[in-house]
Design a binder for this molecule. Sequence first.
Ligand code: NAG
Length: 393
Amino acid sequence: MDTTWKLVMLSCLLLSFFASSSAQTCRGQRFFDNRQYASCTDLPALNCYLHWTYDQAAGTLDVAFRHTGTTDSRWSAWGLNPSGARMQGTQALVAFVNSSGVAQAFTTSIDTMSPSMQSSPLRFEVPSLSARFDNNEMTIFAVMRISDTWLSTSQVWQEGPVSNGQLGVHPFTAANLGSAGSVNFLTGQSGGSSSAGSRARRRNVHGVLNTVSWGILMPLGAITARYMKVFKSADPAWFYLHVACQTSAYAVGVAGWATGIRLGSDSPGVTHNPHRNIGIALFCLATLQVFALLLRPNKDHKYRLYWNIYHHSVGYTVIILSIINIFEGFDILQPEDHWERIFIGILIFLGVVATLLEAFTWYVVLRRKKKRSDKHPHSINGANGYGDRGQQV
Ligand SMILES: *[C@@H]1O[C@H](CO)[C@@H](O)[C@H](O)[C@H]1NC(C)=O
């Protein structure tokens, strides 16, 4: 009893410790020389914080941008962009740990979607600039001489890898694409951008629609067709189930596909070619399958065999390509790990079910065959069991 209470108290303590440390805000942050800033804000993505003091008389903005939970092999950047909450046009301060093991800061004006990340002057003066890296926190300190037009504008921040002293392209996770918003240095208002937020939402919708339709419903529909038709009593129910499953998968899948095309056209300069190309191929193949349904020859038509071969090969290709493309999508979106694990779990479950059903149907088919050949010992090769693999509906 005594130990139970101790355990409960200990876990409460631990929980509150984690809760308070994860609720850490810019207010609790300190600087190496105990310098103070008039205002601060928790930026809504990438564990970043902005502290500043605006001196109206001098026309200077003194800022400290802090990126926590990073490493010495990543760069951190923050900047202002009067043309909107986006990368192009950003007047950026960048910092990384250089080959001497020292935090180095420089300014760069980002004019293209594939910036060189080389030092270049900004549209305003930066009389003082430095950076510090400790405890996996990068902090950029700068004094910027800005005119009034820069006081209420958009801010953009970002982080990415550094290898051999070269600053690499930032990742394309939802957080890395949502790290932009507005800022007002006079009122202290700062926030995420609603357009970045809605894009993150659309990316999630895209992921869910496509995973459910192409990744789960379609394999389920194929399993229905392959394993239900062996039972004479399930004919023609399996056919309607299969058609219902695949047409709803197709409808949801096309909606998901359209969100993908829209995302692609809304993100100029960001192309995920393999994912996009496989997506387009999938749409064409799946549409072909819908026509296959309409152009299906009769069961005993002489072309039915060719139709079956075509329908099955396109069907299995669609399923394999869909699964590949969903994993490509996971790589791009980088949702929390458990989503990918859940999808892998569902795939394993479907695989196990399919394997068991495969074994079971072979057992049923062989037993039927045996029964028949016992009844008609001279027609072993002539008679087919119901649902023989060679007989297609
Ligand atoms: C690293 O950065 C420090 C501070 O900016 C600078 O003095 C030093 O020269 C840099 N080292 C290299 C190798 O660039």
